[in-house]
Write a protein that binds this ligand. Sequence first.
Ligand SMILES: [Cu+2]
Length: 653
Amino acid sequence: MKHSLKTPPTRRSFLASVGAATGLLGLSPRNIFAQTPPVQTGQIPTGTQSDWHLNVTRQSITIDGKTLNAPTVNSTVPGPVLRMKEGENISISVTNHLTEETSIHWHGLRVPAHMDGVPGLSFHGIAPGETFTYRFPLKQSGTYWYHSHSNMQEAQGLVGALIIDPATPDPLSCERDYVVVLGEWTDVSPAEIVSNLKMQDDYYNFRQRTTASLPAQSQHDGGAIPALKSRLMWSGMNMSATDISDVSGVIYTYTLNGIAPHTGWEGIFQAGERIRLRFINSATMTLFDVRIPGLEMMVVAADGNPVEPVPVDEFRIGVAETYDIIVQPHENRAYTLFAQSEDRTGYALGTLTPHTGIRAPIPAMDSRPVRTMADMGMDMDGMDMSDMASMPGMDMTTHHTPMPPHHHMAGMKMDKMDMSSMPGMDMKSMHHGHHMHMMPGMHMDGMGNMPMHSMDMGHMSMSSDSKMQNAKSDTPPPRLEIDDPGPPPINVENQNIAAHPIDRLNDPGDGLAQNGRRVLTYKHLRALTPAPDQRPASREIILHLTGNMQRYIWGFNGRKFSESGPIRLQRNERIRFTLINDTMMEHPIHLHGFWSELENGQGAFNPRKHTIISQPGSKLSFLMTADEPGLWAFHCHLLYHMDLGMFRTVSVA
Ligand SMILES: [Cu+2]
């Protein structure tokens, strides 16, 4: 059997190295930083500060029995919570006590390019022994974070929270305010992880479907034949439908504010108090699904920006995203903060409690998600309708968004519409036995309340929202120049093309649809204030997210970073980026230095984010204004995807 060849990665001789590291630290001048007062994790400093001095040093840190000589900021993992105030001029001196280069990137902050902290772009990095002072005016408020952009130091813990108070009194101020930094911890080095993934992409994935699971799968798929068919289809593509995360709980301990689940972080409250929790996913490779059983969570901010409050039971947080939520427990008891890894190989854990030491029940982990054909962006033509039931988002019962008034059915060419690319269609209301390819020519009357927002407009003659909106007014439509290299070739760097990518903004993500809980989707996010630039895009840049899982190569448009030049933007140009995910994995895509206005149908109130999860087989777009000159990074925030090619530069001049 394929997976019998795998052996769990050994911890090797880490005990010996701990001894060596500890001995060294005892003698090294570096232990002067042991004087740094310990940071109480999750606590936000009581006041803001505009002048900071940070020391990056190696420190022996043990979490869950796994010891690492980790790069740290002021000796802790995560580093100190920095609290600042909007409108102030900030100065942060970073001294590098490592024997290698370091850097700190201020994730989500709108700073001048040379203060963004990405070595090799507009910044040289911080050499060993050097102090670099970052200086920038703070033009925003909210929950952000910082991390190293050098040598995979981020994967070993060089991360921390950054909180910016608004210039005017915070309308969301609560009795309690905590930072919740989610992460992973391992004593396996990033280099070894990458080398194992290169050798075998599912190295850390021990739970593939086996013959033992066939009866259960048959029941789910409606018989042994469909189940086997599905398996053959996957094996024909040399892919595993359960390969959810590249790296898993096999080597990761999932942490909350740097604390392993068996210890568990604690946040104190009194019944009736409003508690603000600022979730930051600082992980290297793990998306988390967060809930607090017994409490409704009000999502009030995404990636630092306030949104219209959304009450949910659960939300997925991609790597590098942040969400602020408010909860108000009325009972005088403990509540578990439960953050399962997307692949369900483990969880990070914390407790909200009125008294220290009290614990609440820990929920069982959900079953692992299984990737579907929709994740592959496959055409459903000719597939039996019964197979569609298992597709994400196919059950309309959870989607009630009415048809926007300006979307009229008349005049649309139905024969060009790809019915398979419509998430949220209620198959039950159609006649059984009708195959998707029989849809052309059907009567419009029967379409009822079909959610037009979820149609893939790319298949129609109207190619963009702006075009449709402009059709209503007298102003001529702007010249929309489309920069599309077309589908990338299938080759060694690209394994798959999503022939029928779909809009998945109303899909909470694989494993979360129809779990009986109210789960946040991107469609729910609506900014509190309109975006400052309301110009339509004059240019659309289409990028495919591509990769070859077997070789563990990632890229944009079938090319690695090393083979791609910069994406050139003109200063103050208004741009639409369209992302088509040709792979079967989520990619949290991060554009440095600008707001990415996610086009989720909220128009002027589209949410402004710095990191956007692109779901497998999906197509989405965001608008941005190129208002800050310089060379900027644009990449997947799964660190090993970025490192192995899913990285571009954006040049604004
Ligand atoms: Cu990625």
